[in-house]
Write a protein that binds this ligand. Structure first.
Ligand code: SF4
Length: 397
């Protein structure tokens, strides 16, 4: 059972060692000036670099932060802080933005693991230094402004965080300390999910110097894997339609994806032949990711009708749910995702699976001969497709 510490606020040095992302943490260096290039190559910072790499790899391995980063134990506060800075530099230069998002989620969850059990004054102090005006409201409660509450609670899908279930008075929202800690998890994720600015030559240097580390991260975050049974070929994620790519980016960013979007993504991945673990893995970045719940839901979607699975929604349905991105996504890191997609504008294009087929991807066809509409579970994003059963081919839908 977790032991809650009595109300003794940590001294600043210990506070910053635990929460290196807080404003003022640079004071751990005692006025020493550390340049980015120095941190990248100076022998004096070799240990900080090694621990920074461990932080990045731990997040790639364990995005739910169920285990401690062993290398952090026993490290001096200034080394811990520098390791954190080094991890931020690595992730800002990483070839894929997914690694940064995963790390932000893992660090936020690790912070939450601590905040759940600290005295309320520590919770309030962390919130203050993160820029949120949280105040004590009794021994086990805190209050925050309505605006801050909405900003932090919106990505959290748990029903208990809905505003209608909160105690709201005079523009303030009162919550229990546990809920306050969960809100701060979001605050940390938001802060760490933004890459630190790096000059292009520094980025190039980091990529070259840390190529081995980036290869290890990529191995730990594999591309979609096809099922070993059935007629499916390799999965070509680069040929997924804009809507599906956006859903993947949303989850990788640790942002909330609507129930309709989650259903569409799982059913799409299943139909293009992704294996069960790949589908579950797609949801690991979700702010409310829960392994057992996700497994249950993915099982439900993929085992429907003897393993055929639910049919993903058609384009019209996705559009009505605000999930179609054929005009491009201005926030996407890759130019290809920011542009309007010509294929999506063709009048024949009615379904994301059809898009994938037309791009040369292979789709597992419905094999039960029953092509009635397959509604999504819990009434989400009902699929209205009534297209006839097809041979197992990659021909147009
Ligand atoms: S047109 Fe269809 S396939 Fe293209 S982005 Fe929109 S919903 Fe997806």
């Amino acid at each position: 059972m977790a032991v809650r510490r009595s109300s003794t606020l940590l001294d600043e040095r210990s506070l910053f060692a635990e929460y290196p992302f807080l404003a003022g943490a640079e004071s751990l260096l005692g006025g020493e000036s550390v340049s980015v290039r120095g941190l990248l190559s100076d022998e004096a910072y070799a240990r900080a670099r090694s621990i920074g790499r461990a932080r990045v790899l731990a997040a790639a391995d364990d995005p739910r932060a169920t285990k401690d980063v062993e290398e952090l134990a026993g490290a001096e506060p200034d080394v811990r802080y520098l390791s954190f800075l080094f991890a931020q530099i690595l992730l800002a230069a990483a070839p894929s933005p997914a690694a940064l998002r995963r790390w932000a989620v893992a660090e936020a969850k690790r912070t939450h693991g601590r905040l759940r059990d600290v005295p309320v004054d520590e919770l309030v102090e962390v919130a203050r230094r993160l820029g949120f005006a949280m105040e004590e409201a009794g021994p086990e409660r805190v209050q925050t402004s309505l605006v801050d509450y909405l900003r932090l609670a919106t990505p959290i899908r748990e029903a208990d965080f809905r505003l209608s279930r909160q105690d709201v008075a005079h523009g303030r929202v009162l919550v229990g300390r546990g809920r306050g800690a969960r809100l701060l998890q979001e605050a940390v994720r938001l802060r760490l999910g933004v890459p630190v600015p790096l000059a292009s030559d520094v980025s190039a240097l980091v990529r070259e110097q840390e190529a081995e580390l980036f290869a290890s991260v990529a191995e730990r975050m594999p591309l979609p894997v096809a099922r070993t049974s059935g007629p499916v070929g390799a999965i070509r994620a680069t040929r997924f339609p804009p809507c599906i790519r956006k859903m993947q980016r949303t989850l990788e960013a640790g942002e909330n994806l609507s129930h309709s979007g989650r259903f569409a993504l799982a059913s799409f991945l299943h139909r293009v032949g992704a294996d069960f673990e790949t589908i579950v893995d797609a949801y690991r970045g979700a702010p409310d990711f829960d392994e057992s719940v996700t497994r249950y839901q993915v099982e439900h979607i993929t085992h429907h009708r003897g393993g055929v699975g639910y049919e993903p929604p058609e384009c019209d349905t996705l559009r009505s749910h605000g999930l179609c991105f054929r005009e491009g996504d201005p926030t996407a890191p890759l130019p290809v995702d920011r542009q309007s997609d010509p294929l999506c504008h063709e009048s024949r294009l009615r379904h994301p699976l059809q898009y994938y087929r037309l791009k040369g991807g292979t789709v597992v066809d419905r094999s039960d001969g029953d092509d009635g509409p397959a509604s999504s579970p819990s009434g989400a994003a009902p699929d209205t497709s009534r297209s006839p059963a097809r041979a197992r081919s990659t021909g147009p839908r």
